[in-house]
Design a protein around this ligand. Sequence first.
Ligand SMILES: [Zn+2]
Length: 124
Amino acid sequence: MLDIAFHDGVAKDVRSEIARIAKRFVGHHHAYTGPRIDVIVTNTTTVSVKDGVRSFGAFIAPAVLVAGCGWETTEKTRKAQVKAVGNTFIHELLHLERWIQGKPQTERGIEAKAKRIRKANKWL
Ligand SMILES: [Zn+2]
């Protein structure tokens, strides 16, 4: 259900983290029969959301954007940086999940659920 495209220059560890999370998401949504979703992981520190607004990630239905080099300046270790990119991806996948379920897009509850998913280390 997810077509993942990595821009040249996205590091191997980020690719692995994105693939790991995507696999769990797809497993959880195995009954999904809607259109394929583009996931684009850029080699930039932010992605363009709209009108000059930039973010570490975005869900622009039906596509997910993730800044593959995001958090490089804010996280102290490589491990923390890769994890932060993964956390961004989880956040945007939750917006995708709402879209799939026909729910309105809001930030309410997104981070709380993202935290539960990270803690459980699986999609819920
Ligand atoms: Zn959000």
